[in-house]
Design a protein around this ligand. Structure first.
Ligand code: AMP
Ligand code: MG
Length: 382
């Protein structure tokens, strides 16, 4: 994730300063349940919150999230110092923590764990989101920080935390469309639960994540320049596929690593269908297509009405590269419509009301990102 990128005004910075000092003095040398200094933990969470471009109130709430527990300070005093919104967020987060703990009555049965009650936890979190989406985003940020710390420790709670990340928090992030949280949770959980497998996959990749991000940056740069030369207004994004997703694909489709062509992938969004085919021509002119990997889901939409052009080519440095090309309208449909990404991936059926609510929340998040990105140097595949 990128560094703190959100710009705050002077008044926000003053509130953050107060929250920082308060947290530091109240927490002292207290440790979290997994053994990290509490102050370090909240700073880590604040870092994740910054990379999600959340506002200063969410950031302040994260810093002081545990001061009420210590009873060093009353709710009224906290409100006086940081304002009613920050207090409400702190209370919302601690309520959610209770829901989370209470909702997961996991019994240890001869070393085997009962599956966590995913549906019930998701439902409760959805209810909390209706009140203030920031509460759920803070919970997700806490989970990222928790796993980042646990992956480096031998604390006994790491197994359970990783399992919850896989079964509850990553699916939640997926449904909210916060892909940078989803991938990190999934990869950290895999690293904890299947360390050998994770190492094997990392060896197969033979390139660090930052290198793969740089590669995507190189390819999107080339494509943007070529689109400009052809006079096509297109939006180019991309991402390196994360380790968990590569492994899942290999397993589900019985593929060897070399047969996974979307390890490095980009997507071009254009205005109309004609432009889709023009861009396809440009891509195949730049890089050699890999035989048998072209799919025209525009002339032949998938059963769920998904429409897009997919191709795989030999990109720069001789590396396989997937390119998806579609109109903005097709993309909206794929992301928010009946062919919503998470649904076809999970093969689940969901109720109409649930989907609508999620679609609405995702649009709000996308809008928030646009606002934040206008002034910040954000990663381009968020
Ligand atoms: P996956 O790699 O399939 O697990 O997808 C992870 C994320 O990458 C999702 O948000 C996808 O929408 C996104 N994604 C998948 N393929 C591409 C692509 N060709 N270009 C850009 N983003 C993609
Ligand atoms: Mg893919």
């Amino acid at each position: 994730m990128e560094a703190w990128a959100t710009a705050y005004d002077a008044q926000s910075i003053a509130v953050l300063g107060t929250a920082f000092d308060l947290a530091q003095s109240v927490y002292g040398r207290r440790l979290t349940s997994y053994g990290q200094p509490l102050f370090e933990h909240v700073l880590g969470v604040a870092g994740v919150i910054g990379s999600l471009h959340l506002d200063y109130q969410a950031m302040a709430a994260v810093l002081v999230a545990h001061v009420l527990e210590s009873e060093a300070l009353s709710a009224e005093e906290l409100e006086q110092r940081l304002g009613p919104d920050v207090l409400r967020l702190v209370q919302g987060v601690s309520r959610m923590d209770q829901v989370h703990r209470g909702g997961m009555d996991v019994t240890l049965d001869e070393g085997r764990r009962e599956p966590v009650n995913q549906a019930e936890s998701l439902r409760k979190m959805l209810l909390a989101m209706a009140e203030d989406i920031r509460v759920v985003l803070i919970i997700l940020a806490e989970q990222v920080q928790l796993l980042r710390a646990l992956v480096k420790s031998t604390h006994p709670m790491r197994q359970r935390a990783a399992q919850e990340a896989q079964e509850i928090f990553a699916p939640l992030a997926n449904r909210l469309g916060i892909w940078q949280v989803k991938w990190e949770l999934e990869d950290l959980a895999l690293r904890i639960l299947e360390p050998e497998l994770y190492k094997r996959m990392a060896r197969l990749l033979d390139e660090r994540r930052v290198d793969r991000e740089d590669y995507i940056g190189l390819v999107t740069g080339i494509l943007r320049a070529e689109l400009g030369r052809a006079g096509i207004a297109g939006e180019v994004t991309g991402r390196p596929k994360h380790i968990y997703s590569i492994w899942r694909k290999m397993k589900l489709k019985h593929l060897d690593f070399d047969q996974v062509y979307d390890v490095r992938a980009v997507r071009v969004l254009v205005d109309d269908v004609k432009d889709c085919y023009t861009v396809l021509g440009i891509v195949h002119g730049l890089w050699q297509p890999i035989p048998g990997e072209f799919d025209d889901y525009i002339s032949h939409p998938k059963a769920n009405d998904y429409r897009s052009l997919h191709t795989a080519v030999i990109g720069p440095e001789g590396k396989a590269l997937e390119v998806q090309i579609r109109t903005h309208e097709m993309h909206r449909h794929a992301e928010f419509g009946v062919a919503a990404h998470w649904r076809y991936k999970e093969g689940a059926k969901a109720s109409q009301g649930f989907d609508e609510k999620i679609a609405w929340l995702r649009q709000i998040l996308a809008w928030k990102d646009e606002v934040a990105e206008a002034g910040a140097d954000a990663t381009e595949w968020v």
